[in-house]
Design a protein around this ligand. Structure first.
Ligand SMILES: Nc1ncnc2c1ncn2[C@@H]1O[C@H](COP(=O)(O)OP(=O)(O)OP(=O)(O)O)[C@@H](O)[C@H]1O
Ligand SMILES: [Zn+2]
Ligand SMILES: [Zn+2]
Length: 803
């Protein structure tokens, strides 16, 4: 007897373990670890993942696997083990780890249907007529029609049964093809035999014969011959043509030409940096490199040439880029060099497109994957390198279960394959740079820009001074002057508006009332297109009031600087300037992002105005001015990384200016010009920033000096939330060494979300081998034994959002 260990698709503490199932004889040898199967679980049928096969089980009464969902494993041995590691290090359920590794299309979909039973006694005719040809009726349809009670009776009396079906959403796409079923000799005779009024049918036959290919897309044939489906149907019935369905990939880059690029001869600086990487590829040896290179220093070319060497060795490459900089320009650079060998994975793709890209990887039809965070799980089996561009980006940490970090995950995979990891950045995260200083990572430096082009000159403008001089506009005099100058010269400008931590809210000018969410302790965000206010935490929304609910004044309106507002202002001040605005509103339609950038690249616009979306990765020769409208909005977020994030963002944006022949300039507008993160971003002095920020971190006992773990407890009852957090804090405190620092219990910075009160306890530690086990016990205790459904305990090991 063969027994399979199965992890079932129920994300809960009680079911987070392997269950044994018999492998039915007919599937012995076929069912393998890493495959999805359908198994009975309680009254239901659910999806499960086979983790191992064995010859016996300690469980007495075993159920059998119902059927396999795959013909080949969807997770290989390496990924199964990686899931074990993710489970241990991020404290997630095993099933969540598996699901994170696969495209969403492979998540099971469950359907409840009533099925007619083949019994002697037939069901009432009227009821029976509602069942489809296969004798099935969906639960939802039955409920809608108000038939659940009658159906319950049918089930009781054995005329129908309720079954749970497991479906996978991973539909493949196919297109209809047609071709001639006649030989050349036969064709003439049959054409003659067709009646004179069958002109359309003749057209189709002629077209097919002339094409010379055995099969053509039916859609194309109908378009080209101006015929309809009924024509094809007549031909099919006569047996003159055949019909086939051919599987196709949904290719988001279909019909797109990428100009082939050749490797550039490397500069001396680049050669020195790439040598150790090529060495590690050659020796099949794992090493993590931190490629610290100023903006425009040619990091991307190093990535490209390292990948090329990996491909020459017959191996595969993963390139991770932050979602926001997964710009068409970035994709072009990889597709341009490696053509069809590249798959692209990002959130703009439909579920089906993502699934198809994943399948190309699994079938080994591509060798390079460029994608956002989750592409780190690309199912390659001969991985030769992992590259993480802009490694400092916090979006590499997933903020839901499993709360993994792509950097750590990449290194884990690279250890398995004994291959290099390159972490690239102009502003490395403090953690990574500290590791490089200690020799844990191998530091590679590109201190100069390409052709030794100067870094742009930065001017920091104190906006309080502007106000004192009577300038109430959102543009300082300096920025406005330079902007006019570029317009005259025909050079381009990037205007950057930092939206993070900067919400647009509704405020009463008379009494200062701010519209807040009734369920959360946060103000509502104004949405321009719908003219409504929304809560970004719980989804609550309502229309903008015409009068202040507090004082009844009608001076209640929208505050904050949105890109739209900047655009309006530009239109007034510089009516001749051609502006391209890029934000969530203008880029929501598919392809819009790319179109706008194309417009700018072709010089059809003078000013590119945008949010985070334009901060990174853009490389246009004609940009000579960058303006940052409000540098400090992020500094006020209660997060120990806010200075680091501000410095990184300002440096990145500034780096868009003067990358080629023309010299660039940057104007940073701020209300806190004295802050070191702004001063040092102005000098683009990472090394000094690193020193000062490390001192702050040391004083505050923050990473990289300490590791962090955050426990967040939430409950509808504020007393329970704080009480439980208190108990958890004490429990943990008693079990850790004296070196660990525990802060809490305190209310979370956002103290209430969705009517649930939130408390937290923050653990700072250096070495606590038992910590994960302690945290796991805490979670188990409060989910299993408490029985209080409203209580939620979440643990984030290495948190990036402290709210
Ligand atoms: N060896 C080379 N010879 C000539 N041009 C080069 C070479 N390497 C890179 N370049 C060009 O220099 C410019 C800047 O390079 P690249 O965009 O790779 O820099 P980067 O360090 O990735 O920049 P950022 O971090 O700001 O995105 C690009 O236009 C690139 O094509
Ligand atoms: Zn008011
Ligand atoms: Zn809310």
């Amino acid at each position: 007897m063969q027994v399979a260990s199965v992890i079932v698709d129920v994300a809960a503490m009680q079911t987070d373990k392997e269950f044994d199932y018999i492998v039915p004889e007919k599937w012995e040898g076929l069912i393998q670890p890493g495959m999805r199967v359908v198994v009975p679980f309680g009254p239901r049928k659910i999806q499960g993942f086979v983790t191992a096969l064995k010859n016996k089980s300690n469980v007495k009464r075993l159920k059998s696997i119902i059927e396999p969902m795959d013909l080949l494993p969807v997770l290989n041995q390496e990924l199964l083990e990686l899931a074990d590691w993710l489970t241990e290090t991020t404290l997630c359920f095993k099933i969540s780890a598996y699901q994170a590794m696969l495209p969403a299309a492979m998540k099971a979909k469950y359907e409840k249907v009533f099925q007619i039973r083949e019994t002697a006694e037939p069901m009432d005719d009227k009821l029976a007529s509602l069942f489809n040809r296969n004798g099935e009726l969906a639960w939802e349809a039955a409920a809608k029609a108000g038939l659940l009670n009658s159906l319950r009776q049918e089930v009781k009396e054995n005329r129908a049964e309720l079954v749970y079906k497991v479906k996978s959403r991973d539909r493949k796409k196919s297109i209809r093809m047609i071709g001639l079923a006649l030989s050349d000799e036969d064709l003439g005779g049959h054409l003659d035999a067709l009646p004179a009024n069958a002109r359309k049918q003749k057209d189709v036959l002629h077209y097919l014969a002339a094409s010379g290919s055995p099969l053509l897309s039916a859609k194309e044939v109908m378009e080209q011959t101006d015929t309809s489906n009924s024509t094809l149907k007549s031909l099919l019935e006569k047996g003159f043509i055949v019909e086939r369905y051919q599987e196709v990939y949904r290719d988001p880059y279909e019909n797109r030409q990428f100009k082939k690029t050749e490797p550039l001869p490397l500069t001396n600086q680049q050669q020195e940096a790439i040598a150790p990487i090529l060495g590690s590829i050659e020796d099949v040896r794992h090493e993590t490199f931190l490629l610290y290179g100023v903006t425009g220093s040619g990091k991307t070319e190093i990535y490209l040439q390292s990948i090329q060497r990996v491909l020459e060795k017959g191996k595969e490459a993963i390139v991770l880029v932050p979602e926001i900089s997964l710009t068409p320009q970035m994709v072009h650079r990889f597709k341009g060099r490696f053509g069809d060998d590249v798959a692209v994975l990002h959130s703009g793709l439909s579920t089906g497109e993502k699934y198809d890209e994943w399948r190309k990887i699994q079938r080994k039809e591509v060798k390079v994957v460029v994608g956002a965070r989750s592409a780190v799980f690309a199912p390659f089996e001969n991985l030769g390198i992992v590259i993480i561009d802009e490694e400092h980006e916090t979006s590499y940490k997933q903020e839901e279960n499993p709360r993994y970090h792509a950097r750590e995950t990449a290194i884990k995979r690279a250890e398995f394959y004994q291959c290099p990891v390159i972490l690239g950045s102009a502003t490395p995260s403090l953690e990574s740079f500290a590791r490089a200083q200690k020799g844990v990572y191998h530091l590679l430096t590109l201190p100069n820009r390409m052709n030794n082009q100067q870094l742009p000159e930065v001017e920091i403008v104190d906006m309080r001074e502007e106000l004192r001089h009577g300038n109430r506009s959102m543009f300082s005099r300096a920025l406005f002057e330079k902007l006019t100058d570029r317009l005259e010269k025909g050079e381009q400008t990037v205007l950057f508006l930092n939206r993070r931590g900067h919400s647009s809210f509704i405020m009463c000018r008379d009494c200062g009332y701010v519209a807040g969410c009734p369920h959360c302790d946060i103000s509502l965000t104004y949405h321009r297109h719908s003219h409504r206010m929304k809560c970004h935490y719980c989804g609550f929304e309502e229309p903008v009031p015409s009068r202040c609910p507090e004082c009844n004044s009608d001076h209640i309106r929208y505050f904050g600087t949105g890109t739209q507002k900047v655009e309006d202002e530009l239109g007034k001040l510089l009516p001749h300037a051609r502006v391209v605005r890029m934000d969530v509103d203008t880029t929501s339609r598919k392809g819009a992002h790319e179109k706008l950038l194309q417009q700018f690249a072709e010089g059809k616009a003078d000013i590119l105005l945008g949010t985070q979306m334009i901060a990174k990765g853009l490389d246009f020769p004609n940009i000579t001015l960058v303006g940052v409208l409000s540098a400090d909005t992020m500094l006020h977020i209660p997060d120990f990384r806010s200075a680091e994030k501000t410095f990184q963002l300002l440096t990145q944006v500034s780096g868009r200016a003067g990358r080629h022949q023309l010299q660039g300039e940057v104007v940073i507008q701020t209300y806190t010009p004295e802050h070191y993160s702004i001063q040092l971003a102005g000098k683009q002095d990472y090394d000094q920033f690193y020193k000062e920020e490390m001192m702050m971190r040391k004083l505050g006992n923050y990473p990289p000096f300490y590791y962090l773990a955050l426990v967040t407890v939430s409950h509808e009852d504020v007393m329970i939330a704080s009480g439980v957090t208190e108990k958890i804090t004490q429990y943990i405190q008693a079990r850790l060494s004296d070196e660990a620092i525990i802060l809490g219990p305190v209310a979370s910075p956002i103290a209430r979300i969705n009517d649930r009160y939130r408390y937290q306890c923050l653990i700072k530690y250096k070495r606590e081998p038992k910590l994960n086990e302690i945290l796991k016990t805490v979670m188990e205790h409060y989910t299993k034994q408490q029985g209080d459904k409203s209580l939620q305990v979440a643990v984030d090991v290495n948190p990036f959002i402290m709210m």
